[in-house]
Write a protein that binds this ligand. Structure first.
Ligand code: FE2
Ligand code: FE2
Length: 309
């Protein structure tokens, strides 16, 4: 599949689980915020929202990927980082969990302008349930009618599709590793019947940057972050990986999954790995130890830049 080559991709972490003022910057690659210089304090929360700026020959396109777990951190951090709602040209929903769309209706309701393209897999609308040691939670449902009523142009997919003719949404991720298995605690309802959620609705956003290769961005990466990167390589025909970013959802899968995923990422050899959100503290510490030079924690307010050339 042909994906246009971009001159740069910048991802600003609007909402994530972490904020740590001691995490270092890397000039020109990773910029952390200085809290005392912000308009207001940032909020970390168990949710995800990325502001992704694509540069195609000087033309800038801004994509909101995921909309946090609630309006509170989303609107607070947009204001703290001095972004207006109308800067955003399109929305992508990574998958149908509410910590990724909790602020979406309010975001759509507050913006002005014409219909906003919202890209998502058609299965995100199925009710989702989580089985925990403390009981069943959910169901959560993202409501298509409510979206449509909010001046949205819904762009649904199952297989790969382009977003704004510039970046790729993978569609259902092909599972090729033997160690990344969906956890049985995740359930969904299909025609009223409860079944294990294998996450056909979760997809990665993939950009190709001139001379740098792939930028692969996941939400929770329930299908497995290594599966997602490998599938991005297969779809684009580009092997070189510059950035892998997302929640990796590893700690609940146990130490074997963490160990195999670290090896899988080593084999893919990305220039930079940045993980946050649902990766889990234990997995983050192991990733940090395994990749002393090219792993960083995703914190709210961080900007990560992949510049071509
Ligand atoms: Fe999540
Ligand atoms: Fe999730």
């Amino acid at each position: 599949m042909h994906i246009p080559t971009l001159q740069s991709v910048t991802v600003e972490i609007l909402v994530d689980n972490f904020f740590d003022v001691f995490e270092p910057s890397r000039p020109g690659i990773v910029e952390r915020v200085v809290p005392g210089r912000l308009k207001k304090p940032l909020l970390a929360a168990h949710g995800l929202a990325y502001l992704i700026t694509l540069n195609q020959q000087g033309k800038l396109t801004r994509i909101l990927m995921d909309a946090a777990n609630s309006p509170l951190p989303l609107f607070n951090n947009l204001e703290a980082l001095e972004h207006g709602l109308d800067e955003i040209d399109a929305v992508v929903v990574s998958h149908g969990h509410p910590d990724h769309y909790g602020g979406l209706y309010e975001f759509l309701g507050k913006r002005s302008g014409g219909p906003l393209p919202v890209y998502l897999h058609r299965d995100v609308f199925l009710p989702k349930v989580l089985v925990t040691p403390r009981g069943r939670i959910g169901p959560w449902v993202l409501n298509l009618d409510q979206l449509t009523a909010a001046n949205v142009k819904s762009c649904e997919n199952e297989g790969p599709q382009l977003v704004m003719d510039q970046v790729l949404l993978t569609g259902t991720v092909e599972a090729t590793t033997d160690y990344e298995k969906p956890l049985p605690s995740f359930r969904r309802k299909v025609n009223g019947q409860d079944e294990q959620d294998l996450f056909p609705d979760e997809q990665a956003l993939v950009a190709v940057v001139e001379g740098r290769g792939l930028v692969v961005i996941g939400g929770c990466s329930h299908p497995g972050i290594v599966n997602m990167v490998k599938y991005a390589q297969k779809l684009t025909g580009v092997q070189k990986v510059s950035l892998v970013l997302g929640g990796f959802h590893l700690t609940p899968g146990g130490d074997e999954l963490i160990k195999h995923t670290i090896q899988g990422l080593k084999d893919l050899n990305p220039e930079l790995i940045m993980a946050g959100h649902c990766t889990g503290f234990r997995a983050l510490t192991k990733l940090a130890a395994a990749f002393p030079d090219n792993f960083m924690v995703s914190c709210v307010g961080t900007k990560v830049m992949v510049v071509g050339g």
